[in-house]
Design a protein around this ligand. Structure first.
Ligand code: DGL
Length: 274
């Protein structure tokens, strides 16, 4: 049996591609296996138990494909499933393997962006109600004030390709204004959902120019590079052929069309039943 395999990258749908794009730019030498659970997206409104079960199924699938390292490029899965998988399941389903999320690496650096010490976080209902960002940012930057806002319509708008149409403006504006209305000193807005970079253009219309909008892709990519540097025992289990494979639990034609936008290159996905 081969003892190396690709790095797994998981999201409920297309959003993780914004992270994969930056990871492959930062670490082009590795092989990657991306899987989007489009058939069951969005995860945002789902219960803890359901997100945990779906994410666990996905992680088990990645391990069966030979991955030793899986990145949950999904804030909702990172918020609701990561800790339980790491603490309760990993030993049983993949001793010696690793599952990493996107919330902690983002929380570790977000305080470096703000000058006022006031940060706003936008995310799915699941991520926001978990308070994961508040708890994680507090560990690294206890002096920073964090306000959050759930944007339940944004992922469905993006997954259905409606986000660039004028009808989406109302929902984008509404949440930006509500967040900024909670604290007028916010000078940094974190996009705490990997789908949201797709709204960047629209966000720039409605967010005042003095407020910096922070995407996670590069942050997660740099953190992963650092992690692999500190953990050669994991890095040596990751194969290096610069190959990238894509799978979706949804329609492959839809996936390929969206992926070209999210990933910036045309791709050909395979279908997967979980
Ligand atoms: N990209 C996922 C995240 O970062 C989207 C979640 C969803 O499916 O609702 O949270």
């Amino acid at each position: 049996m081969k003892n190396t395999g690709p790095i797994g990258v998981f999201d409920s749908g297309y959003g993780g591609l914004t992270v994969l794009k930056e990871i492959t730019a930062q670490l082009p030498q590795y092989d990657y296996l991306y899987m989007g659970d489009n058939a069951r997206a969005p995860y945002g409104p789902r219960s803890f138990q359901q997100v945990y079960e779906y994410t666990l199924e996905a992680v088990e699938w990645f391990f069966k494909q030979g991955c030793s390292l899986v990145v949950l490029a999904c804030n909702t899965a990172s918020a609701k499933a990561l800790r339980t998988i790491q603490q309760n399941d990993l030993e049983r389903i993949g001793a010696g393997k690793r599952v990493l999320g996107v919330i902690r690496p983002t929380a570790e650096v977000i305080g470096n962006y703000t000058k006022t010490g006031h940060v706003g976080v936008l995310g799915t209902k699941g991520t926001i109600t978990s308070d994961s960002y508040i708890l994680e940012i507090e560990k690294f930057f206890p002096e920073i004030k964090v306000q959050q806002e759930a944007c339940p319509m944004w992922v469905p708008l993006i997954e259905s390709n409606e986000h660039h149409k004028p009808g989406a403006d109302y929902f984008v504006k509404q949440h930006i204004n509500t967040l900024l209305g909670k604290d007028s000193e916010i000078d940094t807005i974190l996009l705490g959902c990997t789908h949201y970079p797709l709204l960047m253009k629209k966000l720039s219309w409605f967010i005042p120019s003095g407020v910096e909008v922070v995407e996670q892709g590069k942050i997660v990519a740099l953190s992963l590079a650092d992690y692999l540097g500190r953990h050669p025992e994991i890095a040596e289990k990751c194969s290096t052929g610069a190959d990238i494979q894509f799978y979706t639990t949804g329609e492959t034609a839809d996936f390929d069309e969206h992926a070209a936008i999210f990933f910036g290159k045309s791709i050909k996905s395979g279908h997967l039943e979980l």
